[in-house]
Design a protein around this ligand. Structure first.
Ligand SMILES: [Zn+2]
Ligand SMILES: [Zn+2]
Length: 133
């Protein structure tokens, strides 16, 4: 089996996310049976603003599109465009799912965030992203 890109997510959450997009791949817009859909985690190093809203860090895509995202790769900018095209209700549903994190089994999202920040600043010292603009 594949390794989850979002270790903080439970199977139930993953399923709910797939249901939130109505079983539709967010990249090719085709409908799939839920087991064929996967949760893609958008790179946060390139997309700092996403820290505020966990729903903007993920994409629900079919197996093929997921493969494409990693192999081509699909630019973060384009992944981000998909996120911004989500309807209000889909966005709300995804946020609701992500807000539900069973504490006994998984660390809170914030812990993960601070680690990612450390990683980010290690590679890109504060201010460096301005130049990259
Ligand atoms: Zn697809
Ligand atoms: Zn992925």
């Amino acid at each position: 089996m594949r390794v989850s890109e979002c270790p903080g997510l439970t199977r139930v959450q993953e399923k709910k996310l797939k249901l939130a997009v109505e079983g539709r791949c967010e990249l090719c817009s085709e409908y799939f049976a839920l087991p064929f859909l996967e949760i893609h985690r958008i790179s946060r190093r390139l997309y700092r603003e996403m820290v505020r809203d966990p729903s903007t860090r993920i994409l629900v895509v079919c197996h093929l599109c997921h493969h494409h995202i990693h192999r081509l790769p699909v630019r973060v900018k384009d992944q981000r465009a998909i996120v911004s095209r989500r309807s209000f209700s889909v966005r709300q549903d995804i946020r609701k799912v992500l807000g539900y994190t069973p504490k006994p089994y998984f660390p809170p999202y914030d812990t993960d965030l601070s680690q990612m920040y450390d990683e980010y600043f290690y590679h890109f010292p504060p201010g460096s992203f301005r130049l990259a603009g």
